[in-house]
Every structure is written in C-alpha cells, then in structure tokens.
Design a protein around this ligand. Structure first.
Ligand SMILES: O=C(O)CCC(=O)C(=O)O
Length: 297
C-alpha cells in the first residue's frame, strides 16, 4: 500500500485538526448553553439546537400559528418570489397570537443574541412561514443586506432564529444555509449549501450575515416555521411593531418583551418619544409624570 503524498497528508491532518477544534453545528437542548450556541454561530454562521420544545408543545404552537394563518378568511400567499407564491406568511405575529411571547424571551436565545450583538437588542422581523407544496427555493440572501451598509467594517447587526414547528426535511423546504459565509469570512468564501434538517421543536440560530434561504418544497405537505429575528436596537426594524401591535395588547406583555417590541432606548437617546422613554406610553399617567434629570426617562 502506498501512502498519500506528504502535502496531501498534511492537508488531511490540518482538516482533521480543524474539525476536531471546531464547535459542533448541532447541539442538544439538554446540554446547550448560550456560550455553546455563540461559539457555533461564530465558527459556522449557524447552529441547530434540537428539541428546544417538546413534541407536544411544538404541536400546540403549530395549531395556534395555523389558526392565526387561517383566521379572517385566511392569509393570502406571497406576492413575489421572495415571499413565495406557494407560501403564507404571518406578519404582525404579536398582534395575532400569544404563543411566542415566552419563546421570544427564551434565555438560550437572548443569551446568544446578546453575546453576539451586545446588550441593546430588539425584535426585527417576526414571521410565521408556511411553505406550501410546489414552492420553489427562495433566493439565497443575507438578512442584513436589507440595510444599505457595507459588508465589512460594520459589526454583526442581526441574529436570527428559525423555530421549526414541523419536521424540517430536505424535501419539504428546510431552510438552506451556506456555512461560513458570515462575517468576517465574507463573500469570497463559498461553501456547499446544507439543508437545516431538524425535528419539530428544534431551533436554528443564524447570523444576519450568513447566506441562507427557504428551501424548495417537493413534498405533499406544508412546512411551518417561525422566525424571530433580533437586531441591534439602533436599527429601524423590518416590521414597525409599535404600530403593528396595539398598545393595549403591549401593555399586558412582560416588560422585557415590550422592550424587544420597540419600547426601548438605545443609549444615548435613540428611540425617545417627545424626549421621554417610550415605555412611558404604556404606563398609566406616566406620560405626564415628573421629568427626571440625566437622560431619557
Ligand atoms: O423559510 C425559511 O426557511 C427561510 C425564509 C427566509 O430566510 C426569509 O424569508 O428571509
């Protein structure tokens, strides 16, 4: 038996060492932590955490999102190839259902999001996505490309999470992601796309700068998932939650969720309303209350 030429052997060993040192792309919820998700996100641009929700909770959540999609005559399909002509999208999700209130504050998510983006974050887009049979693959894109900012020299602005409420398979439209196309790697690194195959109740976290897209649905059934996209609180969010979700609904939500929905101030004063902290709008008589010194209160 002849051994491989030294250069090829060295390359093989380097690849092996690299893989051994690299954090796993897939974690189990029972052993995952915000730190392990963050390490995987930084290394690969994405990370799948299995079984964040039990099958029973995933089923119940699926039923509630589907009910919201079907309400009021039903949500129409997409208007363009990006939304998907065979896809239904549930926008203004926090006006239409309460089933993601606690999940938006899940400590695994908020821990990883804040580790990447910093303390001051908000919900950017929140969308239920039901990809129907026959849907074509969505174009690969970067979530942060919606902002007219250069790829380099700007910090990571978005961390997204895709909550699978059906089993995601390569046939039914599992999200497709291209590993290691996130910052600081950049456009020059073109890897092989992989399908984010995962069971219902699992979550894929992914950087706003990683290439990805909804997969083609070649199966006979729909694929339902919900994206909770978080961003730096200094950005204008994709959906204007302060208008999409009525104030009387927001008043009943936990304060950390109110903050994620836009009732926050990014230091020193981005987001004030008439010079006051926007959470004052949610307080009984708060708007007319005293005017504290030293910042937006
Ligand atoms: O539905 C998916 O799997 C991903 C959708 C997506 O990336 C988007 O609509 O921006």
């Amino acid at each position: 038996m002849t051994s491989a030429p030294p250069k090829r052997r060295a390359q093989r060993i380097a690849r092996h060492l690299c893989a051994a040192a690299s954090p796993p792309t897939h974690l189990d919820f029972t052993s995952a932590s915000a730190a392990s998700v963050t390490a995987s996100l930084r290394a690969h641009g994405y990370c799948i955490v299995r079984n964040v929700l039990s099958r029973a909770v995933a089923r119940e959540t699926h039923a509630q999102i589907t009910a919201a999609l079907d309400r009021d005559g039903g949500t129409p399909r997409g208007r363009n190839a990006f939304e998907g002509f065979a896809t239904r999208r549930l926008y203004a999700l926090f006006r239409k259902t309460r089933c993601f209130d606690a999940l938006a504050l899940h400590p695994l998510t908020t821990g990883a999001v804040r580790a990447v983006l910093g303390e001051h974050v908000q919900l950017n887009s929140v969308v239920g996505i039901e990809i129907g049979p026959g849907e074509r693959a969505q174009g690969l894109h970067r979530d942060d490309a919606k902002y007219p900012l250069p790829f380099t020299g700007v910090p990571e602005m978005i961390v997204n999470s895709m909550w699978a409420l059906d089993d995601f398979t390569a046939a039914n439209g599992a999200t497709v992601v291209v590993p290691r196309t996130h910052k600081p790697h950049g456009a020059e690194v073109v890897g092989e796309p992989v399908a984010a195959v995962m069971g219902a109740g699992s979550v894929m976290y992914y950087m706003g700068s990683v290439l990805h897209g909804g997969g083609a649905n070649r199966s006979a059934t729909c694929r339902l998932g919900v994206i909770l996209e978080y961003s730096q609180a200094w950005l204008r969010p994709q959906e204007t939650h302060t208008l999409a979700v009525p104030r009387e609904v927001v008043r009943a939500l936990p304060p950390p969720l109110q903050a994620l929905l836009g009732y926050n101030v990014h230091p020193p004063f981005i987001g004030y309303v008439d010079g006051r902290h926007p959470r004052r709008l949610l307080e009984e008589g708060g708007w007319r209350g005293g005017r504290e010194e030293g910042g937006v209160t």
